[in-house]
Design a protein around this ligand. Structure first.
Ligand code: ZN
Length: 651
């Protein structure tokens, strides 16, 4: 980016300072923390998060727009508007890809209002949506063009409310950033139709794919129109009464098997479960219904303690894109849909705001840097749908199913536009603020412009290094306030200094809280120790028994075929348990700031498939192993990869 363009961007961002980001609790909400807002956080160009966001703006988002045209999504809307005779293309919920891309564009416009391409995409697409909208407010190209007789007739399958939810979320983004009033107007027309049809005196129905709940709660936050929130709550209250029927996979698949406040386990389709949980938290804090929040926190414990991959991925079954049994976490058959990683991040943000508990920020960080980040290629134009933790030698991928490399687009393209909207809204997830001070939850090269004239600059090479330097650029009125800094759950040792002087600052509930009458120019350094961790899984995770995963800071690492000597089979490699694993930089891998090096051994893979009695594995000559960050796997060459590394037997 040129210096001039950068300064224009900075000025424009300053003009949109008040723009809220994803999730903006109303003043009355039971919310422990308040987001600082999208417009008050600026990501620097040097840091990894800033690089990701720029790549999203320059590559992923334009790539999504191109594919909406190329795959027929835009054409479907033209047909629905009566402007073309084309055949309907793609999935029956293809409109949702348009809506998610619109949402991404709206968030991005907060930082790049001068971007003419984005501007015209938002304006043109909004105008097209308005023309495709029916007189009563209904808007869905599939049920307008292909199956008008089935409108609202198949809620278990239709995704109509799911698509409506994504349209509403795009409108919320447009409303918060000022990107498009027209989009807000047309989404409200549809939402008003939903209130009329499904509201207090209306039809008792829920959607097979949750999403509408969180969308309506956010639309209420944007507009203050209470019927939207009431309808979101009604959709939650109606779940678990069997309204969706049995379906192909049973009611657990779409979370209709039990009332939401009584459920004890996450079940079924992971994305649906996680979007539903996001809606539960939104409605809980806006209505003061703690039973919903308690249920969401209880389900978090089930999900994170028994059914989440070490990368933060959710979903271990391909068949129904679903959670498995407790501890059923096969690395090679991991589903880990990208959308589930995104949904987990969004859900954890809601829980963090509601409760202020650091464990939710920890989970945001884990999924952001691992399961989510891995879904995008380094060029920003190729994507994973499922995110395995192991790809075997000889892996047979049937196109989109369990792909061993990132693909430019998918016939069910839910993930790429979802990536675009999260990346575009990323600054909105870093910090919270109130009269007492500023809380920083995620670290990166960034600056924070908190209300009351409190401005903090943060410089760091995180996640590659643990040293985080902050400068109080503007200190406010001179009254004391608190700078709260998260100490990640993985961090055992850290040090804090203020103005170069070490201070004793014990983290309480996951945060170091520094309260001072700050003066401008004061520096604060948080130094997080980042030793390499050899992570083991709970003994019931059979699929990872005898293995370790290497991690450093928030990053999980993996072994790739690309780093093995020719002829060595990755499945035969063992980690030498007695040798150290050390951070390193390799000149021939300039794109990876920190790799891990270790000593490995190659096991003798001879013998028959099954043997009577214990098998004693012989290991041969040592070899040097290089582990790379999981999120960067598959960018050099296609080939086997594994996160869980078997440890050589001792003795
Ligand atoms: Zn997806």
């Amino acid at each position: 980016m040129t210096q001039q363009k950068l300064s224009e961007t900075v000025q424009a961002a300053a003009g949109l300072q008040e723009a809220a980001g994803p999730v903006a609790p109303t003043p009355a909400a039971l919310s422990a923390l308040r987001p600082l807002g999208l417009g008050r956080v600026r990501l620097g160009e040097e840091g990894l998060l800033g690089q990701w966001r720029r790549r999203n703006a320059e590559d992923t988002l334009p790539h999504c727009v191109d594919n909406l045209h190329g795959s027929g999504n835009i054409g479907n809307l033209r047909t629905a508007a009566g402007e073309s005779e084309g055949e309907f293309a793609g999935m029956w919920f293809a409109d949702s890809d348009v809506h998610k891309t619109l949402e991404a564009a709206a968030w991005q416009l907060a930082a790049s209002p001068e971007d003419a391409g984005l501007r015209s995409f938002v304006d043109d697409t909004t105008a097209l949506l308005a023309r495709a909208q029916q007189a009563d407010g209904y808007l869905n190209s599939y049920f307008t063009v292909v199956a008008p007789q089935d409108r609202w007739a198949k809620p278990d399958w239709s995704h109509e409310l799911y698509c409506a939810g994504h349209l509403i979320q795009a409108a919320v983004a447009a409303g918060r950033t000022g990107a498009s009033d027209a989009l807000v107007t047309l989404a409200r027309r549809f939402a008003d139709l939903l209130v009329e049809r499904f509201g207090p005196d209306g039809v008792e129905e829920v959607c097979g794919h949750p999403e509408i709940e969180t969308a309506l709660a956010e639309l209420y936050r944007l507009t203050g129109h209470r019927p939207y929130l009431d309808l979101a709550r009604r959709f939650l209250d109606l779940r678990g009464r069997g309204l969706l029927g049995h379906g192909r996979f049973g009611p657990r698949y779409y979370q209709d098997h039990q009332p939401v406040r009584e459920v004890r386990e996450v079940t079924g389709h992971a994305v649906r479960q996680l979007y539903l949980l996001a809606g539960m938290v939104d409605v809980a804090v806006e209505t003061g219904d703690l039973s919903l929040l308690n249920a969401a926190e209880r389900l978090w414990e089930d999900a994170v303690n028994r059914r989440t991959y070490v990368t933060g991925a959710h979903g271990s079954r391909h068949r129904d894109e679903a959670y498995g049994d407790p501890y059923e976490l096969p690395p090679d058959r991991a589903y880990g849909e990208t959308c589930a990683a995104i949904a987990s991040f969004q859900w954890n943000w809601r829980l963090l705001l509601a409760t202020g508990r650091a464990r939710y920020a920890d989970e945001m960080e884990r999924v952001l840097y691992n399961a989510f980040a891995a879904a995008v290629s380094s060029d920003g134009r190729h994507f994973f749908y499922s995110n395995p933790l192991q790809v075997r030698t000889g892996h047979a991928s049937a196109g989109e199913e369990a792909a061993a490399r990132r693909l430019p687009w998918y016939s069910c393209a839910c993930c790429p536009p979802n990536i675009a909207r999260l990346m575009a809204s990323l600054p909105g997830y870093l910090a919270t603020a109130d009269d007492d001070g500023l809380w920083i939850h995620l670290y990166g090269d960034a600056s924070f412009d908190a209300p009351g004239g409190r401005r903090v600059e943060m410089r760091t090479a995180y996640p590659w290094q643990g040293r985080i330097e902050l400068e109080i650029a503007e200190a406010g009125t001179g009254q004391p306030w608190t700078l709260a800094l998260r100490v990640p759950g993985w961090c055992d040792a850290y040090a804090v200094s203020i103005g170069g002087e070490p201070v004793r600052a014990a983290a309480r509930d996951g945060y170091v809280r520094l309260t001072r009458a700050w003066t401008p120019g004061t520096t604060v350094v948080l130094d997080l120790g980042m030793p390499v961790r050899q992570v083991t899984a709970h003994p019931r995770v059979d699929a990872a028994r005898g293995c370790v995963a290497l991690a450093r800071g928030p990053l999980v690492y993996c072994l790739e075929q690309a780093d093995l000597p020719h002829g060595t089979v990755l499945e035969d490699v063992r980690l030498d348990p007695g040798a150290p694993v050390t951070p390193d930089h390799r000149e021939d891998l300039p794109e990876i700031p920190v790799v891990l090096t270790a000593t490995g051994l190659v096991a003798d893979a001879g013998g028959s498939l099954y043997t009577a009695g214990a098998r004693r594995e012989r290991t041969g000559t040592p070899l040097m192993l290089t582990a790379v960050p999981y999120f960067l796997w598959g960018n050099r060459s296609e080939g086997p990869m594994r996160v869980w590394i078997p440890v050589a037997a001792t003795g």
